[in-house]
Design a binder for this molecule. Sequence first.
Ligand SMILES: CC(C)=CCC/C(C)=C/CC/C(C)=C/COP(=O)(O)OP(=O)(O)O
Length: 343
Amino acid sequence: MTNPAGRPPVAPSAAELLAGARAAVVPVMREAVDALPEPMRRMAGYHLGWWNTEGGPETGAAGKMLRPALVLAAAAACGDATHAAAPGAAVELIHNFTLLHDDVIDGDRLRRGRETVWSRWGVPAAITLGDAMHACAVAQLVSRLPAQLAIGAAVRVEATVIDISVGQHQDCDFERRTGVDVAEYAAMAVAKTGSLFGTSCALGALAARADPTTVAAMDTFGRELGIACQLADDLLGIWGDPAITGKPVGNDLARRKQSMPVVAAMSSKTAAGQELSALYRRGRPLTAADVERATRLIEATGARTEVLRIADDRVSAALAALPDRAAAGDLLVLVDAIVHRDR
Ligand SMILES: CC(C)=CCC/C(C)=C/CC/C(C)=C/COP(=O)(O)OP(=O)(O)O
């Protein structure tokens, strides 16, 4: 296809797709957040990176908007993005509700380069704000989508919240266990992260009134991509640049978290893998020197390369699930940005 000037159309960059998603969904999210009473409204805007702690404007502390961008791109791939803003806002609100709770569970004091809500205003504030964001997501979805789409979309979102909760439960359980294997970790990542990516793509297809086979294929595409995203997140947790990720590097190791690089290293049955297992078995948080040692041990087992290979396999599975690759241009741009990100 050519434009009127006779040149082939230029595909949007990932940055343009993410900015477009932000522009489409923030007004919807804003309506939900503005309906919350103070001080919850101000805390929500702070967590979402719109405002500083005093309610003044903030720049550079917001999420990337990966999930809304997937909703819009999936809807476009299915031929109609008219109704994609409400599901896009819903998945971003759900994502942020889980982050609020996750920071409490992990005791993390920093997210997106700023103090977390629980650290600033206390655990009850973060938990109740997360619960309110969850409800805002479903309320926006149901009130804004055409009636014949709303119930199916809401049921899908709530099933996803169950999946995420199950995944998070398993992840916490792994911290108290030894001998977690790669397959178990992958199943946990499907539930914790893949499910919301899958639902984002499925909601885009649903909003475009795609047929059930296409909706299911979009779900599979997103789910597989979500696992690759979780693996990228795990790698950034060990080798990311804190100035770019906005969170301290090595926190996962310090807490003896069983992220995929750790699981792959311990499963390697190498001397380095055994030394890492011994460090984790000591039953107390790792010191800074231990974290440095653990990072070297993981690298020495080849686990970093192994995790990149597993992520590549998941991306291949995602691409294989796409119903019509020729129509999926925006989705393909996002795949690359999600897997090769630095934050
Ligand atoms: C029930 C419960 C507490 C569940 C927790 C689930 C959870 C926190 C999963 C992590 C998912 C993930 C890869 C987050 C980073 O997303 P991102 O890189 O898109 O983050 P951004 O919005 O900051 O860009």
